[in-house]
Structures are given as structure tokens and as C-alpha cells.
Design a protein around this ligand. Structure first.
Ligand code: ZN
Length: 258
């Protein structure tokens, strides 16, 4: 399996072989540059593609033929859209998981309580969700996670067990922080791109065409288009005889610590 450790071993072997060859055949720097470029490309792929499980193992879906899927909403709670989404989910009797940002929880404590009371699951999605989250030392990352964890516990009495990295980006420091918190990392295997697609018809057709058994769908409860499309999508799901199940059931993984 191509993971961080194996990649490093492979590239050290390649580097040493190259040194040996160059020693006998004469020095040519272009081979070393090529090696560094390939190494960087592999690391880049591992960082940005959460399902590669390159730096750490994440739970991103289920291999199954059973027509089951799970919904996840990131980046909330949002005063504008989360209540609407909760209403739609209630209407359709649909469970979901919300990966919340601590800063938004602070502003919308009662909405977090509503999510929890409605029986939906909640996971940690950092405190600030800054673009630079992944560039921080592990200690800083863990502090952020802990801030959100404490806030969640204070409001709902629950201790989260799941972390979803912003943008799905992972690296050795994220791994260390996740381990420090005793968390499991949760990814996805169906990205809606609802933060980019503004046309409801386009978003709906993307979701309809991509639905598959065992899908963990990434949505955002901060987007107007998401709340607009959700009823039609849930209707489609029903017509296609899919069942939306809670993420802990789909992954067979506990959402909260005992
Ligand atoms: Zn996010």
C-alpha cells in the first residue's frame, strides 16, 4: 500500500541508488530534480485526496451492494440555513451528521442543541476552519479541536469521537492531533460541490447521477442551494429505494465517546 512511510522508504532507496549510479557514471542533477518532483507530487496527492489513506486511515464510505447512504453537512451551524435543513430532514424522517465549526457553534448554541435533540450526529470540524489549519503544529491543531470539543460538551453533554479535516486535507501533524484527541477521521466518497455549484438543477442532477450504495455524501448547511435541492433529492432517494441511514450505522463506528 502506498502510504507516507512506504513512500519515504521507496524514495530513500531510489535516492541512494541514484547516488551510487551517479558515482560511477558521472553526475547529472536532472535525475535528482526529477526524483524530488515525483516525491512532491505523491505527497500532494496524499494530502489532498482523503480517500488515499496516505497519512492516516479515514472512514469515507462503505463497500456494499445494499442501497444505503449517509448524509453529512459541514461548516455549520448556520443561523440562516441549518434550521431549514433540520425542518426538511424532519419532514422526510432522514438522519444526518453535522461536522461543526466551533466558531459557528459559539454563535448558534441553540441550533447545535436542536441538531442533537433531533437525534442527528455531530462531529468536530475544527474551531476556526482557516485555510492555514493544516500548516499549524499538531499542538495548535489539537487545541482547536479541544475548544470545539469542550463547547459541544458544555451544550449537549456529549463527547465527540469524529473529526473531519477542512477540505479533507491531511498530513503528519493532522494525524498526530487526531491521535491526541482519540478521534477517528471521517471523509466522504461523494462530493456534491455544493459550495461551488450555484444552480439548483445542476446540483440535483449531479447528486442523482452520483448516488451509489455505501455513499457518504458531503454537503454544507451553509449554502442556499443545498437547502433548495434537499427536498427533491430526498424524494429521488426514496423513489430509487435507497435508505438514508445514520453515519455511525453505515460506518459501524461510534460517534461519541462513552
Ligand atoms: Zn469544511
Amino acid at each position: 500500500m502506498l502510504n507516507f512511510r512506504n513512500t519515504n522508504i521507496l524514495f530513500i532507496v531510489l535516492f541512494l541508488s541514484l547516488v551510487a549510479i551517479q558515482y560511477y557514471k558521472g553526475f547529472d542533477i536532472s535525475w535528482f530534480i526529477a526524483l524530488v518532483l515525483v516525491y512532491s507530487a505523491v505527497l500532494f496527492y496524499g494530502s489532498f485526496y482523503i480517500r488515499s489513506n496516505f497519512f492516516l486511515t479515514s472512514f469515507s464510505g462503505k463497500k456494499t451492494n445494499e442501497k444505503i447512504i449517509a448524509l453529512s453537512f459541514d461548516d455549520g451551524p448556520s443561523a440562516e440555513y441549518t434550521p431549514q435543513i433540520l425542518d426538511i430532514l424532519r419532514e422526510y424522517g432522514t438522519p444526518a451528521t453535522f461536522f461543526v465549526i466551533g466558531e459557528n457553534v459559539e454563535e448558534n448554541k441553540s441550533i447545535l442543541q436542536q441538531i442533537s435533540t433531533a437525534g442527528h450526529l455531530i462531529g468536530n470540524h475544527t474551531f476556526f476552519h482557516s485555510n492555514w489549519f493544516d500548516l499549524q503544529p499538531a499542538k495548535k491543531m489539537q487545541e482547536e479541536m479541544q475548544q470545539t470539543q469542550s463547547l459541544m460538551h458544555q451544550i449537549t453533554g456529549k463527547q465527540m469521537n469524529w473529526f473531519r479535516p477542512p477540505y479533507g486535507v491531511t498530513n503528519p501533524n493532522v494525524k498526530k492531533a487526531v491521535k491526541g484527541m482519540g478521534y477517528h477521521t471521517i471523509g466522504w466518497n461523494l462530493r456534491s460541490f455544493d459550495t461551488m455549484i450555484k444552480d439548483p438543477a445542476k446540483l440535483l442532477s449531479r447528486l442523482k447521477s452520483m448516488i451509489k450504495p455505501g455513499a457518504v455524501i458531503l454537503l454544507h448547511d451553509t449554502q442556499k442551494v443545498t437547502s433548495e435541492v434537499l427536498p427533491a433529492f430526498l424524494q429521488f432517494v426514496k423513489e430509487q429505494q435507497y435508505s438514508v441511514v445514520p453515519l455511525d450505522k453505515l460506518l459501524d463506528l461510534q460517534a461519541y465517546k462513552n
